[in-house]
Design a protein around this ligand. Structure first.
Ligand code: SF4
Length: 212
């Protein structure tokens, strides 16, 4: 078997295993809370559009795997820690679900959470707003006050501490389920895999009528 086949099969298997969950309307991922709410709608309805086998993603996976092996060997850290919480929204039950990249424990108590971000190019303006928000969601769910974003790029290897901020996760869930933030950030549509089928970036601004 070629190495490329192994990498492709790994990515495909991971995607197929998650497919049922990806299309389950009662599941809200932590990343759904920190991005355009319409992306969740498109993922549920057209899941196959989200499957990608790109070198940058494979590289990101390999960095996560390598770091996880190295850091968990110290005994203090666990990787890919599943976090979930249930919410009731207008009589329907939703599950907020995520996987924190690296969590440090003191005994059985989580004390520090790290999100690993790989980038193609370095950026001078770090941390990125949506990464910080994502980490704060994990800090709220795990009840930890210490958080770090670890950025890895060809010329960057930097740890940025993130301060705990109490979030209203219930309101964020509601905002996501009712698709009230589309897009969440001005730059999102440019990089979005659903932009070809999404009407939102094409909406004409209503012409302004001058008062007569
Ligand atoms: S194109 Fe823009 S509004 Fe539409 S799903 Fe993507 S980010 Fe959201």
């Amino acid at each position: 078997m070629r190495i490329l086949d192994i990498l492709y099969q790994h990515k495909l298997k991971e995607y197929e295993e998650r497919l049922r969950q990806l299309t389950d309307p009662s599941i809200v991922y932590v990343t759904d809370l920190t991005s355009c709410s319409y992306k969740r709608f498109y993922r549920i309805h057209y899941p196959h559009l989200s499957f990608k086998f790109e070198p940058s993603l494979v590289l990101g996976d390999l960095v996560h795997m390598g770091l996880s092996t190295l850091v968990t060997s110290t005994g203090e850290w666990r990787s890919e820690v599943e976090v979930r919480r249930s919410f009731d929204i207008d009589g329907k039950r939703y599950t907020l679900l995520g996987r924190a990249d690296l969590v440090q424990y003191s005994g059985d108590k989580p004390v520090h959470v790290v999100e690993v971000k790989t980038m193609k190019e370095s950026s001078l303006s770090l941390p990125l707003e949506h990464h910080e928000l994502q980490l704060q969601v994990y800090m709220n769910l795990l009840g930890v006050s210490e958080g770090t974003l670890l950025y890895v790029a060809p010329d960057t290897l930097v740890e940025i501490p993130v301060h705990f901020r109490e979030l209203d996760l219930g309101s964020m869930m509601e905002e996501t389920v009712y698709m009230r933030r589309a897009p969440r950030y001005g730059w999102e549509c440019r990089y979005c895999i659903y932009r070809k089928i999404c009407p939102i970036p094409r909406r004409r601004q209503e012409p302004r009528h001058e008062a007569s």
